[in-house]
Design a protein around this ligand. Structure first.
Ligand code: FAD
Ligand code: UDP
Length: 386
């Protein structure tokens, strides 16, 4: 009998599996329908020996010392600050938009002190900032919005930014200084030996069993377990009872090029042209030295594995219905980006999993606590009967 059946071997499932096994001494079975652990953060060496991220570039960044320290138990790190250029009007300019972006695009020589007024002269007043359009046009005006955000967002989501929650484009800040880093978090690192190695170490515990290529539905009635942690899409768990909850997908086109370096930065974005949104080169992130290089193009699509919750008002209403079902389902805990329909980064999912563990600790007595002194150890009894 397993204490926990954990569905999904990504950040949510793996962080929880390790905590439950190492801190509570519980028996955990982690399953994943994919042929590997790591969820969307899975990386692998391709046929040329280049480390690639199977599901697109994953860069770890966090402001949380606690989350960083937690993951540091399972990996050493390589310092890496991600930079992105956008192909706009025939030039490659920094995104997030910063002082250099504006000066190069418009042939200006503004200073950081002058740029706020330049933006303000173009910004459109928006009474209540609600959408992914509002949050950009209210700061930099329509022209920069159209050049950098509208086309990219329409491609990425199949929707206009005016149809999407403000939090989506708000992920990408607007700067008046020359900082050209994509993130400004206090901790910006890549796992030194890759994500998959980090997950292997996390799951390497005598209390944890792992089965890949395993569908929850196919085994749930045959593997005895007390409780479930579900990290897949929440609407799927409830058999789409209230209708399909939309998730956006991507198709990844991986290529190996016979050159040492293909791109000037880790990623180049295409907000105005091409069917793909961005192309990324892993050697920038991994620091791997190799005569060839591996790149990945991302083509957004409606069909395929669910990767992104689509944050807009009607989907929030639908999610709430599933959340209510989840709350009424005893002994099943819903955790992670797909199960809680949140546009979470890896560190946020780790934080959510650690917070869930604390709730489990508060709500469920540990097994040895449940056993009065002198009581028979049921797990031993079952083992000897088996
Ligand atoms: P997942 O990693 O999706 O894991 C869920 C697992 O559950 C999957 O492996 C799935 O196969 C399995 N599963 C689902 N249903 C079932 C079932 N019924 N039976 C068996 N198994 C099932 N975050 C960052 O911090 N930095 C980045 O740079 C970054 N880049 C990203 C780029 C892309 C293209 C994408 C899509 C995401 C990116 N993210 C990034 C986000 C990051 O991938 C997620 O935050 C994180 O992987 C979510 O972990 P999770 O465990 O919630 O979900
Ligand atoms: N975005 C954009 N242009 C860009 C980069 C991002 O319009 O050059 C918008 C787009 O809607 C995207 C969102 O901002 O989906 C969040 O971007 P981020 O790079 O955080 O996306 P992710 O890495 O999660 O795919």
């Amino acid at each position: 009998m397993f204490d926990w059946l954990i569905v999904g071997a990504g950040f949510a499932g793996s962080v929880l599996a390790e905590r439950l096994a190492s801190q509570r001494g519980e028996k955990v079975l982690v399953i994943d329908r994919r042929p590997h652990i790591g969820g969307n953060a899975f990386d692998r060496y391709n046929e040329h020996g280049l480390l690639v991220h199977q599901y697109g570039p994953h860069i770890f960044h966090t402001n949380s010392q606690r989350i960083f320290d937690h993951l540091s138990q399972f990996t050493a790190w390589r310092a890496y600050e991600h930079r992105v250029l956008a192909s706009v009007d025939g030039m490659l300019v920094p995104i997030p938009i910063n002082l250099d972006t504006v000066n190069r695009l418009y042939g200006l020589d503004l200073t950081s002190e002058e740029l706020p007024a330049w933006f303000a002269a173009r910004a459109e007043p928006v009474e209540v900032v609600k959408t992914s359009e509002d949050v950009v046009v209210s700061v930099v005006g329509r022209e920069l919005y159209e050049k950098f955000f509208q086309g990219y967002t329409r491609k990425q989501w199949g929707l206009d930014p005016s149809q999407l929650d403000k939090s989506i484009t708000a992920r990408v800040p607007i700067r008046t200084n020359r900082d050209d880093r994509y993130f400004t978090d206090s901790h910006q690192f890549m796992p030194r030996d890759g994500y998959t190695r980090m997950f292997e170490r996390m799951l390497d515990h005598p209390g944890i069993s792992v089965m890949t290529n395993t569908e929850y539905r196919a085994i749930r009635d045959f593997v005895p377990h007390r409780r479930v942690i579900f990290t897949g899409p929440i609407d799927e768990y409830f058999e789409y009872r209230h209708g399909k909850l939309p998730y956006r997908s991507l198709q990844f086109q991986h290529e190996t090029l016979d050159t040492e370096q293909a791109l000037p930065t880790g990623t180049v974005n295409y907000p105005q042209s091409e069917d793909y949104t961005r192309v990324s080169e892993y050697k920038h992130m991994t620091g791997q030295v190799h005569p060839k290089t591996a790149i990945t193009y991302e083509y957004p699509s409606a069909e395929g594995d669910p990767y992104y919750p689509i944050l807009r008002p009607e989907n929030a209403v639908l999610y709430k219905k599933y959340e209510a079902l989840a709350q009424a389902t005893p002994d099943v805990w819903f955790v992670g980006r797909l199960a809680t329909y949140r546009y979470y980064n890896m560190d946020q999912v780790t934080g959510q999993a650690l917070a869930t563990f604390e709730r489990i600790e508060a709500q469920l007595p540990r097994r040895e606590d449940m056993r009065p002194a002198g009581d028979i150890d049921r797990s031993r009894l079952e083992a000897s009967a088996a």
